[in-house]
Design a protein around this ligand. Structure first.
Ligand SMILES: [Zn+2]
Length: 132
């Protein structure tokens, strides 16, 4: 297993209310030239925690920070006009909290960050520092 120091949170930047499957994200990321989905976990609208890239493998989700991190994305993150918005359903919030807690236990000392701390992006469209 590689060393995990950070959990980096993302959104799929897809419109509020539209469900996107792990297969669809996989397809989108392959089209962008990644070998497969760049995130390690994807949280669906109903709070389903789906596995993406195996956590043993380096992800493709945050330039310069992939080596020692796990990438987690929730489905959503923009409104119908593609403006950044925290679109998380209560189920997604709950699932995200649980997943982060589980990973913190598994990798003691990990810190939790939003993609927007490392890139000039709105992703994940909420204040990670405030919440975690
Ligand atoms: Zn992101």
């Amino acid at each position: 297993m590689r060393t995990i120091k950070e959990l980096i949170l993302h959104c799929t930047a897809t419109p509020e209310g539209r469900n996107v499957s792990v297969e669809q994200v996989d397809e989108m990321h392959r089209l962008r030239g990644f070998k497969c989905i760049g995130y390690h976990f994807l949280i669906g609208l109903k709070g389903e925690i789906q596995n993406g890239r195996p956590i043993e493998q380096i992800g493709a989700h945050c330039t310069g920070r992939n080596q020692n991190s796990i990438g987690i994305a929730y489905v959503g993150g923009v409104d119908r006009n593609n403006k950044p918005k925290d679109t998380r359903t209560p189920e997604q919030k709950q699932a995200l909290k649980k997943l982060v807690d589980d990973l913190k236990k598994r990798f003691p000392g990990v810190t939790v960050h939003g993609h927007n701390e490392y890139a000039n992006k709105a992703c994940p469209s909420f204040d990670v520092k405030k919440e975690f």
